[in-house]
Write a protein that binds this ligand. Sequence first.
Ligand code: NAG
Ligand code: NAG
Length: 231
Amino acid sequence: MEGRLRFLLSKIVWLALSSSFVYCYDPSPLQDYCVAVDDINGVFVNGKFCKDPKRVTANDFYTSGLNVPGNTSTGPGSTITAVTVERMPGLNTLGVGIARIDFAPGGQVPPHTHPRASEILLVIKGKLFVGFVSSNEYNYTLFTKVLYPGDVFVSPKGLIQFHVNIGKTNAVVIAAAGSQEPGRIVIGDAVFGSNPLIDPNVLAKAFALNLNKVKYLQAVFSSKHNIRDYP
Ligand SMILES: *[C@@H]1O[C@H](CO)[C@@H](O)[C@H](O)[C@H]1NC(C)=O
Ligand SMILES: *[C@@H]1O[C@H](CO)[C@@H](O)[C@H](O)[C@H]1NC(C)=O
């Protein structure tokens, strides 16, 4: 009986902790830093397990390797190398993120949104066509630019955006975001490649397509299963 009680209590504690984890968001960290650790031998602050501040070192705030180009021969001809909290535990709760994006000639980051943060791009190499579309309130207006090295472009949080390498060489972009994990919804993957699939009749009506075209798109997007490969 006592064992069962202990089990239930541990479940309740786990639920309480995991629900506060869900509601943790990063613009207001409430402390200098909360270097992420997986175990509970840390300090519990603001919904996360934080490493004991006395054991934090400079390496918690450091990573390297973004000089190495990503492999662009997969997916849509682009690849993202993101600095995640796993790679840099000190990033946790700080409300910023950064990534390197490599593009093959003709490669693209297909239309996608970042649900949790705006994103700002700095072109290091190449020539890119980038843009985003405003929401219904602003009449779905398309804003685009052709970017060259040194150019900077920002896309507001949550709006559909895309980046295309229109140059003859590889392109390199540094992307920074106002979140340690801005999230990524690739429109084609989410709409035509969801798991399980959305009823094709719904999509046929929604996108003014005949059923066979919807089924074709579902076959393409659900067989890729490379959602995580997509920037
Ligand atoms: C890049 O990815 C492709 C496809 O997965 C693979 O065949 C190739 O070996 C990779 N190239 C490098 C340099 O890792
Ligand atoms: C959107 O379109 C409406 C109707 O034509 C117009 O009144 C409004 O000014 C437009 N708003 C923007 C931000 O373009």
